[in-house]
Design a protein around this ligand. Sequence first.
Ligand code: HEM
Length: 195
Amino acid sequence: MQGLEVGTVSDHPGVRRPSRAVIEAVQASCLAVAERPVRLAEEFYASLFEMAPQLRGMFQEDMSAQMQTMTDVLLGAIAQIATADTAELEVVLRRLGATHRTRYGVENVHYGYIGHALTRAVREVAGPAYSGALSSSWIALYQWVAAHMIAGADAVDDEEIAGGQSPVALPEPRAPRDRAAPAVPRLQGTVPGSN
Ligand code: HEM
């Protein structure tokens, strides 16, 4: 889990907002990978379950919808981080982290696996657009998002976080297990807020 120590955050002193250069690099790589959404999902899950096969049972058989919603949150985070005020986004991420713990049983250590799988998938899919700097940028963004989710999970007993209304729209919750999920993951063709 080297380079992805996302397990500690107390009022986020160590988790600085990603710099503009980081945001721009991540936006560029999003454009590169958004054209290959199926491959991104395939690479992500192959890498994740190779690293942590014990996590397979947490996910539905068809994981395309989950990949879509997770990517939507990350792309949405990129768009909002680029604006001055991220307070609302932070509230949404804390609530998402709280529900991840209560609904899915996600533990803090799992965030490292997801971060690694995502970074590897971006590397595989971005091809020539990929660089060491790009990898660092993705990790910086992911750490920021994960740190807020973990903070929300750690405060899961706080009713205000777990039960409050979100001021920012999240992607629709995934389809119930008895409803068919889309067979092919959809990724946005452009990064929100990039035009
Ligand atoms: C940046 C980190 C993450 C983001 C942005 C994210 C985002 C999301 C979103 C938006 C959903 C669907 C909304 C919902 O149903 O509540 C979801 C579902 C889910 N997430 Fe995450 N997530 C993250 C990290 C994790 C981690 C670390 C795990 C643990 C392995 C995890 C496991 C799950 C599971 C099991 C589901 C339900 C999937 C299914 O129904 O098959 N997520 N995630």
